[in-house]
Write a protein that binds this ligand. Structure first.
Ligand SMILES: NC(=O)c1ccc[n+]([C@@H]2O[C@H](COP(=O)([O-])OP(=O)(O)OC[C@H]3O[C@@H](n4cnc5c(N)ncnc54)[C@H](O)[C@@H]3O)[C@@H](O)[C@H]2O)c1
Length: 327
């Protein structure tokens, strides 16, 4: 019997979850979806043939799914994930884990107490070029890491979206794309210990930031910078790790290769990336594997809680510049 899957939130990212679960049809079947927006529910019912609900709790009661994909804005993740975990339902919850550290802590506690698994969908860890960057970095080619830069940018307007609301999203570009970048630093090089931040709104009509920059120290002593923007061109997107022996750079984020430039001598080297599967293919395979084997997801509540703490510390420092916040 395939796992019974239900989707909560039938907006933008749910399309990816639905398509990915459909690819795994031998092992998982979407039985239902819920959204407070009745039009989104009827559209999803018509497009995908599953049963729709406007009340996600009624859906859980009626359908008793084994797995839930949570695709709602961050301020709703806590109540939905905790409820599912307490019912023994495995949860693949969209990033960021929550809008506040308090909510993220409650989710981590619920995950620790549950038999069921909670994974937070930091999908870029499963992106071919990032996996290759980690492999090459772990080979020790650059020696001691000195400086990391991760920039996720693009010109986009979210004025009427949950991303414009501090209460719903917890923050703007930093919380949204910057949290992916912070998770990638964690994946590549470990935790952050100290952060400073600038966050401002330049083009968007929103209470959250459309440009954010975090300057940080890592637990390994490495310095780093994360740039996230809805008001910076997409070609600012850049991934670099510099070390005592040379520089590693993702030449093209959407395909690679990973380029190594030694500080001394010639010998630049390109490492090809395995782009045979998408980040979403790999992330859903990983989650299903964790459900089947009972192993802990690579992006669990605790790794995501660290990112929630980084963002919270960054926003506090942005309001009181000059006080680099220790984590
Ligand atoms: N992993 C990624 O790369 C990625 C990409 C995009 C979005 N996301 C994340 O996915 C989440 C949703 O983002 P989105 O862009 O899809 O937003 P969206 O606004 O397009 O969709 C959210 C949906 O949730 C529904 N909703 C709101 N309250 C609800 C409730 N109480 N019960 C049921 N449904 C409810 C809304 O009606 C809407 O249809 C966010 O956390 C976002 O950061 C992740």
């Amino acid at each position: 019997m395939p796992y019974k899957v239900a989707i909560i939130g039938l907006g933008g990212i749910s399309g990816t979850h639905i398509a990915q679960w459909q690819k795994l049809a031998d092992e998982a079947a979407i039985v239902a979806g819920a959204d407070v927006n009745a039009e989104a529910v009827s559209n999803a019912e018509a497009a995908h043939g599953f049963k729709g609900y406007t009340d996600w709790r009624a859906m859980l009661e009626a359908e008793r799914p084994d797995i839930v994909s949570i695709c709602t804005p961050p301020f709703l993740h806590r109540e939905m994930a905790v409820d599912c975990l307490q019912r023994g339902i495995h949860v693949l919850c969209e990033k960021p884990i929550a809008a506040t550290v308090e909510d993220a802590e409650a989710m981590a506690a619920a995950a620790d107490a549950a038999e069921a698994k909670l994974m937070i969908a930091y999908c870029h860890r499963f992106h071919g070029p990032m996996m290759k960057l980690k492999e090459v970095l772990d080979s020790g080619i650059i020696g001691q890491p000195i400086f990391f830069r991760g920039a996720f940018t693009g010109m986009v307007r979210f004025d009427t979206n949950h991303r414009a609301s501090k209460q719903m999203a917890g923050g703007g570009a930093l919380m949204d794309n910057g949290s992916h970048a912070a998770d990638l630093y964690q994946y590549l090089l470990g935790k952050m210990t100290r952060v400073s931040c600038r966050a401002g709104t330049f083009i968007g009509q929103m209470e959250t930031e459309d440009v954010g920059i975090i300057l940080f120290t890592g637990e390994n002593g490495c310095f780093g910078e994360i740039i996230a923007g809805y008001a910076l061109p997409g070609d600012f997107t850049q991934w670099i790790v510099t070390g005592e022996k040379g520089v590693l750079e993702v030449a093209d984020y959407w395909g690679g290769p990973i380029r190594f430039r030694p500080h001394e001598g010639e010998g630049a080297q390109d490492f090809a990336c395995d782009n045979s599967a998408s980040r979403f293919d790999r992330m859903f395979d990983h989650f299903l594997d964790c459900v089947k084997t009972g192993t802990e997801p690579s992006t669990n509540a605790h790794t995501a809680l660290h990112i929630a703490r980084v963002m919270d510390a960054a926003y506090r420092e942005a309001q009181e510049p000059g006080l680099p916040v220790k984590l």
